[in-house]
Ligand binder design. Structure first.
Ligand SMILES: [Zn+2]
Length: 531
């Protein structure tokens, strides 16, 4: 049986860019386009030429992708000719292979938002599609609010789809713009449309407002649609768009779909998916979602000891797909529920070889359990775990020793009479027999301590120059001001490596200090330095 081709259309740079606080530069857009192209996406929507300088510049660049680059814009305005519509002219002039027009398909919007007639709207769709084709470009028509429009007036929604197809649009895109349609409704409506516009000309554009954008996309495919629109990591306004990072492996690894459809992503592309997803988050400067399906840190992690030993024997028993197919990895959590199997597997993964009957292993397990009872969370702090393991095995160099530290916080009036709170930290460290005294200032005690601690580590200073704190989380483990505090720190270096460290103490500054010094020690160890 030959497979049917299913096309993927990425709208990260347009729909995704509407996420609050999101603003891609031209360079970032080009980097994202290259990444999507390598992945094997068929269509990449670059943005809205004429709408802003970045998008205009993007569409002035010579095109280098294998994927088709699409420009997005409105259909012809009512009461104007094609030649006199500046928006259409920008779209035609854009260096793009395809034009995706957004059109109203809900008569209520035609009347209220456009203030025009149903007939005039259909004419705009027809003439816009014809203009794209005359310019040698592929045309797509995004039928906005299609599903809500269908529920209100199916005849008119269908007339919009039919008009677009009859005018020569390669794809009629059925948009669930408000994102509230459920999979069974999507399936029924797409099936009805497919009786008029052939499925291999129908696309689905789903928003995630009921967390079913992926399910809605698959429902549309079941009903005949052959193009799916979505974004990287499901980025998009409100609750996001259909997540291509979840759809791609589902289409490729789930039997019923994999046997039926071919997509443009190769096995190598699929293997790069975890990397692509995390690099994208990196660009957005946000921490990757640990629970993201397929690509999250936790997607293939398991906690209980009994499961861990079964997974080591037979991974398929506890995994719905093999993690390496999507470039992710199996992770066995070391936790108070975990036994020796978890611990051994985790040590093996980080490259520590220990025999099962090595007595140091029992010592380490007891230590992990003791500390986890105190409040340490090693499953969220891999770097601190590795340090603890290597220390127990006696292989962590003592790079530096903190003789003492002091932190002071002061609230006072500044020069203009405003109340400010500032902190100052003094740290005394010994490196290689040499004593260093550093002073750091910060907006809070932890910040000041971090600045002071990283100010001068003598001969190691150049190795921590690119160390950066990305995230700092404080958890109070039991109530009251005398409670135990857990601090989790996420660090990053210039090469984009990330690691997590943990500290626990009744004193928040001390807990932070433990996590900070673990972070520095881990970095120096990762550099392969000896003391
Ligand atoms: Zn959208």
């Amino acid at each position: 049986m030959t497979c049917e081709r299913l096309y993927l259309y990425d709208t990260t740079l347009r729909d995704g860019a509407q996420t609050p606080g999101m603003d891609f530069s031209l360079e970032e857009k080009l980097a994202i386009i290259a990444m999507l192209d390598d992945l094997g996406i068929d269509y990449i929507e670059g943005g809205y030429p004429g709408a802003n300088p970045t998008d205009t510049a993007l569409f002035a660049e010579p095109r280098k992708t294998r994927a088709k680059l699409a420009a997005f814009g409105m259909t012809k305005r009512a009461g104007r000719s094609i030649a006199n519509d500046p928006g259409i002219n920008d779209l035609i002039a854009a260096r793009a292979d395809a034009i995706c027009y957004v059109a109203k398909s809900w008569d209520y919007h035609v009347r209220v938002a456009l203030g025009t007639t149903n007939e005039e709207n259909l004419k705009g769709i027809r003439q816009s599609v014809e203009a794209a084709i005359a310019a040698g470009k592929e045309a797509l028509v995004d039928c906005e609010h299609f599903f809500d429009g269908w529920k209100a007036n199916p005849d008119y929604a269908l007339a919009c789809a039919r008009t677009a197809h009859a005018a020569g649009a390669r794809w009629v895109v059925l948009c669930d713009t408000n994102g509230g349609t459920l999979p069974d409704e999507v399936e029924a409506i797409v099936a009805a449309v497919a009786k008029v516009v052939p499925g291999d000309h129908l696309a689905i554009h789903a928003h995630n407002d009921t967390e079913q954008a992926v399910a809605n996309s698959l429902a549309a495919v079941r009903a005949g649609a052959r193009q799916i629109q979505g974004t990287l990591n499901g980025l998009g306004e409100r609750c996001g768009n259909a997540n291509l990072v979840s759809l791609i492996p589902t289409l490729m690894l789930k039997d019923g779909l994999a046997k039926k459809f071919d997509i443009g992503v190769s096995e190598a592309g699929l293997k790069s998916l975890t990397h692509v997803s995390r690099v994208f988050d990196e660009m957005l400067n946000r921490a990757p979602d640990r629970q993201a399906p397929y690509v999250g840190e936790s997607a293939f992690s398991t906690k209980a000891g009994i499961h861990a030993s079964a997974i080591m024997k037979e991974p398929a028993t506890y995994e719905h797909v093999s993690p390496d197919k999507v470039g992710n990895r199996r992770r066995l959590l070391v936790s108070d529920q975990g036994g020796k199997s978890n611990l051994m597997a985790e040590l093996q993964r980080i490259g520590i070889e220990v025999e099962r009957d090595d007595r140091r292993l029992d010592k380490l397990l007891a230590e992990v359990k003791r500390r986890e009872t105190e409040g340490y969370a090693y499953e969220a702090a891999g770097a601190s775990f590795e340090l603890l393991a290597r220390r127990t095995l006696g292989t962590v160099p003592q790079f530096f020793e903190v003789e003492s530290f002091r932190v002071m916080t002061e609230q006072r009036h500044n020069a203009v009479g405003k109340v400010v709170t500032v902190s100052e930290a003094v740290v005394k460290v010994v490196v290689d027999g040499q004593r260093f005294l550093s002073v750091g200032e910060g907006n809070g005690p932890v910040n000041a301590l971090d600045v002071a601690l990283r100010k001068d580590l003598g001969k190691y200073q150049r190795y921590i120059g690119d160390l950066e704190l990305v995230d700092y989380k404080v958890r109070i483990l039991n109530g009251g001001t005398g409670a135990t505090t857990r601090v989790l720190i996420e660090s990053r270096d210039g090469a984009g490596e990330r690691w997590f460290t943990v500290g626990v103490s009744p004193n928040i500054v001390d807990a932070s200090f433990q996590a900070l010094s673990d972070s520095i020690t881990y970095k120096l160890m990762a550099e392969g330095l000896a003391a």
